[in-house]
Design a protein around this ligand. Sequence first.
Ligand SMILES: [Zn+2]
Length: 501
Amino acid sequence: MSLNITTKLPFRAVSSRTVVRCCNSNSSRQKRQFSFKQFWSRSPAAANYANWTRDTQGPTRATKAEEKAQQDLELKQRQEQELLVHDESNIGQIDGKPARNIAVNIDGEHKLFDAVFLRDSCTCPQCMDPYSNQKVFQTSDIPADLEGSCKTVVDEEKGLSIELEWSSDVRGYGPDHRTRHSIEWLQRAVHTEVDLRGGSRHDDKVLWDNKRITKDNKWVDYNEYMSQDETLFDALTHLNRYGLLFLKNVPDSEESVVQLASRIGNLKDTFYGRTWDVRSKPKAENIAYTPQFLGLHMDLLYTSNPPHLQLLHSLRARTPGGESFFSDSFNAACQLQRRSAGQFRTLSTFPVTYHYHHPTHHYHFTRPVIDLYPCSKYSEPTNTAIRRVNWSPPFQAPFEARIGSNNATSLRSFVAAAHAYEKLLSSEENLYEYRLNEGECVIFDNRRVLHARKAFDATKGERWLKGAYVDDDVFFSKLRVLEERFHGKWMAEGVVRHAVK
Ligand SMILES: [Zn+2]
């Protein structure tokens, strides 16, 4: 691709590829000259910083007077300079004097970008390694008095862009260093900032009960999932929305679950192994390895980052019983909230400790049942306010807080709330029952969809599931790669970003 060729060239060569069109209609503006004085004179604020020493003054904040002086200076600089708002109407034109803020027309409005932001996100080959995409200078290297002057250009690859040159650039950069950002990229940056600040989250999770999941459930063929990226994207999107996905025609091999998980990314290794077997054995160290009934739960809540995805591939299903159950804990949490906001609050605040306490492994972690996004609007919870649910009664440790007589009420309110929640989770209308056949695999979101199993008769045949885990980072990385490729956008922190250059 031409991008790679470009980035190997010295900077001047890159520069010469620039397409700069002149615009005659605004010739008066083009005639404005730089004042070299601006490059050399230092602002009073910068001088203050230069004289500042930790020994004499200690780590302090700017005083009110200093802040006022700084504001006055910025005002003066704005007044001295006729603001050139960069957009397609002024291609080729240059700002007046170097400034701390650069104005760009975004959605018809003048948006000011801090020169530090523009400098910091420079992607030129001097600033970002073209092979690794890694930044080769530090944000902390940027001088506090950085200023930029700017012109509108049309970049061959990025399209309509701004090009900046810097006064008091990062040490080691020559006067020919230029930074370019497409106006589209700046527009996305503004939108992202507004969305993040507003706390509005994009979340297309579909809450389900038995009726809904019976209608919407998705089955995917193993070979299609393994060979076609579009099928994989469709499958992972569904998995993200519902937290549940089924695969069929999975080869009868212990490696199949590794193949399925690796299609997403690296497997999560735990003390159970990279993959693990669910089959009954005597004196099992885990209740899962017995033929007993196993209630609704999540795996590994006693670790700081429990697995996001769990895969279970059925290799043998020759015993009577052993049906699997699934329940959408987000849906039950929303039902609980509608019935009792107080109980919902109890479950989102009361600390519950989980542990795995054995001679060779001792894991221990405390978390509330309902994890909310740190969002100011969480007093009106919707599905988007719930980040994760933590529910794993078999692995609960003794409570560590609110255990004494003074706190009896709060422990009792927790028990009442937990009881109400459990009733909703395991109600017939919410449960989805399915008995995995040989050659089938289920993938579910272990931080949302609870799983359970009916008892089975281990004397009448073999039941064997092969399991694996995948971490959240790995799953969302794959989903973003596919989203960007197929939809031209991706999501992080609940905010949609459009793919732009
Ligand atoms: Zn650069």
